[in-house]
Write a protein that binds this ligand. Structure first.
Ligand code: FES
Length: 262
């Protein structure tokens, strides 16, 4: 799924998270050096790094929240994973804020306590990073898809009139290309095959992958998450792990315009 917080298809969240990760790690390393040498200079550097980590983490969270709300497919395993990823990152942030407040307002602050808090934060940061990697690597959140004949990702928000939706821009679709259409609260894929146009639910019945981000060949769409295949004209499953089919929608060509009936 192409990120909603991106520049020319390059998603912002993975770009920005490198800063807080570096600053969190630097904080822990310099506090460990302070613990080892007793040199207060290392502690002062750690404080500056903590503040930098907090500021850049908040900055990186903005595209992360946008992606969580608008990019990750709803009602999917990816949505749950993204929620856990976000909760873990907020926890890491709060832990480092707590460590900073503890040492700033307390002349007798123990470096052991600070290191313990930061160490716990680093462990959670690793787990959150693992989940973030899965969200990109397996769930393909933030991937800028290309279709057959170098077709680019297309996504439209359309309105229904008495359950009838005019599909704008359908002429741009070549054979084996798809576009994602949002109508009310539905996500529908409009596709072109060698047998004409087809419209079907974007939601894979296995774990909620976005079929618009999959591959379309010979009237069959393959889910990008675990490879389930469906006939796009009838909705019947052709290969698992999905056991059930997908809803399809009737299309009608009238006066050179393509209409979808909800
Ligand atoms: S989500 Fe698993 S095959 Fe589609």
């Amino acid at each position: 799924m192409r990120s909603k917080a991106s520049i020319k298809g390059h998603s912002l969240h993975p770009m920005l998270i490198s800063f807080p990760i570096a600053f969190y790690t630097g904080t822990f390393v310099f506090d460990a050096l302070f613990w080892w040498t007793g040199n207060i200079f290392y502690s002062q550097i750690a404080v500056v790094l903590t503040i930098s980590a907090i500021v850049t983490a908040l900055l990186a969270a903005v595209p992360g929240v946008i992606d969580y709300l608008y990019t990750v497919p709803p009602k999917s395993s990816g949505k749950k994973r993204a929620a856990k990823h976000g909760i873990l990152n907020v926890t890491v942030l709060l832990i480092f804020v707590a460590a900073l407040l503890y040492r700033r307002g307390n002349d007798d602050a123990s470096i052991n306590v600070v290191l313990l808090l930061e160490g716990a934060g680093m462990v959670l940061l690793l787990i959150a990073g693992w989940m973030g990697g899965t969200l990109v690597g397996r769930n393909q959140i933030g991937v800028d898809h290309r279709f057959a004949d170098a077709g680019r990702w297309k996504e439209l928000h359309l309105t229904a009139d008495n359950g009838r939706v005019e599909i704008l821009g359908y002429g741009e679709l070549k054979t084996d290309q798809m576009m994602l259409v949002h109508v009310e609260d539905k996500r529908i894929v409009v596709a072109r095959t060698e047998h004409g146009f087809a419209a079907f639910d974007d939601h894979c019945p296995h774990r909620g992958g976005s079929l618009a981000g999959g591959t379309l060949i010979c009237g069959t769409v393959q889910c990008p998450w675990h490879g389930s295949q469906f006939d796009v004209h009838s909705g019947t499953p052709k290969a698992g792990p999905a056991k059930t089919g997908i809803p399809v929608y009737p299309l009608e060509m009238s006066g050179g315009k393509l209409y979808l009936q909800l």
